[in-house]
Design a protein around this ligand. Structure first.
Ligand SMILES: *Cc1c(COP(=O)(O)O)cnc(C)c1O
Length: 393
């Protein structure tokens, strides 16, 4: 059994590229070139340099002393919240903008729901001087005004998706339509380990810098490269894929994926894809997704906009189905309380997405000597209004 991708673009039975024929040339160009380009010394050099000087990597691996005392185990936080733009997403957009340049593309498109991926994409387009168009549902544009302003400030054009429910999936449809119409000069930057092959693998490889760093940072601190547990929240799955990547095949390292249960897994308002999902096709890949009996995608819900996705990347579908990773669902309330706790125990205000990963200690017991690494995917600045409303601060 392998937990990584095979040469056909599948993780176990999940993955592949289920796309309209008109999109085939674009995806095929990427598939034929991505590994070759990533292996070029000049690509690696530029990627590493930008991660260091622009993003601020390596991100610290921080021993959370007071949190560890409270839960009587050894907790390390991987500080992706300290990256430029405040989350892990920029690791991927840096990689993809370099990929786009090497493929000779001059125009970038992306879709965004909460706006975080739109901001990370607009950021690297400004960095490289490439034209940037971000599709966003009209409803999301109204809900996420600060991120819309950021994208505009960075020089991106934000185009509203006016059809359907006017949210993420409609923005995705618009982006795909654009790519079909502009196959030669345009690269589509997807923001998580989702979409048709090779996107899930390409994005996982760009995010893999996270587990690469955990290995040597842990070696310095604990004289081992291997934690007992790696824990990460899962929306589409990119921060988890990055934190798990170099441990996938080493089953002595336990992997825990944390999904958003919203108001409760069985409340009808949740985003707990593995618990509720069945096999189907979403955004060009075969995976687990929340759907009705006749195959209509169910609207997901979570207090955290970044976890509010009805599917999950094919790597995670395979990690779930094979049992390689344990999947835990955390409600809005549990996540919010864990976010407040981290703030007051460690002086770190986490993104609400990351707060889900921090909330597992009520469900999961660890031994005093266990080394537990939690991927702190992002900072909480963007969520302050949510925290204020929830706690009446
Ligand atoms: C977007 C986002 C997530 C969820 O996306 P993944 O692809 O599952 O990582 C998690 N945390 C933060 C801070 C985000 O911005």
């Amino acid at each position: 059994m392998t937990y990584n991708i095979n040469n056909k673009g599948y993780y176990g039975e999940f993955g592949g590229a289920y796309i309209p024929e008109m999109l085939y040339p674009n995806v095929e160009e990427l598939r034929q070139n991505y590994l070759k380009i990533m292996a070029e010394p000049s690509f690696k050099q530029e990627f590493d340099q930008l991660l260091k000087d622009y993003v601020g990597r390596p991100s610290p691996l921080y021993f959370a002393k007071r949190l560890s005392e409270k839960y009587n185990t050894k907790i390390y936080l991987k500080r992706e919240d300290l990256n430029h733009t405040g989350a892990h997403k920029v690791n991927n957009t840096i990689g993809q903008i370099l990929m786009a340049q090497r493929l000779g593309k001059t125009r970038i498109i992306a879709e965004t729901g909460a706006g975080q991926h739109g901001v990370a994409t607009a950021t690297v387009c400004a960095l490289m001087g490439l034209k940037c168009i971000v599709y966003m549902g009209e409803i999301d544009i109204a809900r996420q005004a600060p991120n819309v302003a950021r994208m505009k400030m960075l020089g991106a054009e934000v185009r509203p998706a006016l059809s359907g429910s006017r949210t993420l999936k409609d923005a995705t449809n618009e982006a795909i339509r654009d790519w079909i119409n502009n196959p030669v000069d345009t690269h589509y930057i997807i923001g998580s380990v989702v979409g048709p092959h090779p996107y899930p693998d390409m994005v996982a490889r760009f995010q893999a810098v996270v587990s690469k760093e955990i290995q040597w940072q842990l070696k310095d601190k604990e004289n081992t490269t291997k934690p007992d547990y790696v824990i990460a929240c899962v929306g589409g799955g990119s921060n988890a894929a990055g934190a798990f990547y170099h441990y996938l095949e080493d089953t002595s390292v336990n992997l825990i994926a944390v999904e958003a249960a919203g108001k409760g897994v069985n409340s009808g308002e949740s985003a707990a894809t593995s618990a509720l999902g069945r096999e189907g096709i979403i955004h060009g890949s075969k995976t687990l997704l929340m759907q009705t009996n006749d195959g209509q995608i169910t609207e997901p819900y979570s207090i955290s906009a970044g976890l509010d996705y009805p599917g999950v990347g094919p790597m995670h579908a395979h990690l779930f189905k094979s049992g390689r990773a344990e999947f835990i669902s955390i409600t809005d309330d549990e996540a919010m309380i864990a976010g407040l706790e981290l703030s007051q125990l460690e002086g770190i205000i986490p993104a609400i997405e990351s707060s889900h990963a921090l909330a597992i200690f009520d469900q999961k017991q660890f031994k005093p000597n266990d080394i537990v690494v939690i991927n702190l995917s992002g900072r909480g600045d963007k969520d302050l209004k949510n925290y204020i409303d929830y706690f009446k601060l």
